[in-house]
Design a protein around this ligand. Structure first.
Ligand code: ZN
Length: 109
């Protein structure tokens, strides 16, 4: 999955052309695992026991995001050539989130 949606349902913007990461965490207190999406490799709090400031043990950089634009949705891709500041390019647009999601999932596999 490379679609960034906050808990409130808002889309996270790839503002300032920042790369997005899916960070993987493991809690040293209770041992649970979780993942979260951030614009950097940053610490998170355990959703189970509330341990604070846990650093990710792994992180995947995401190359595609879906963004709401006007009445539709566009799929943006960060080109592999991007080094310091990924320049997201629009590669497809869809009238519904569902279609954009399907496109991203098939392109991702
Ligand atoms: Zn915990």
């Amino acid at each position: 999955m490379v679609i960034l949606i906050t808990a409130s349902g808002d889309f996270r913007q790839a503002g300032n052309n920042m790369a997005w990461f899916r960070n993987h965490y493991k809690c040293p207190g209770c041992g649970c695992h979780w993942t979260d999406d951030w614009s950097c490799m940053c610490d998170d709090d355990c959703p189970a026991c509330g341990d604070r400031h846990i650093s990710p043990y792994d992180s995947e950089e995401r190359t595609q995001i879906v963004e709401r634009r006007g009445a539709g949705f566009v799929v943006l891709r960060s080109p592999d050539s991007a080094e310091h500041s990924p320049d997201y390019a629009e590669i497809a647009s869809f009238p519904t989130m569902k279609e954009a999601e399907t496109f991203v999932e098939s392109a991702d596999g």
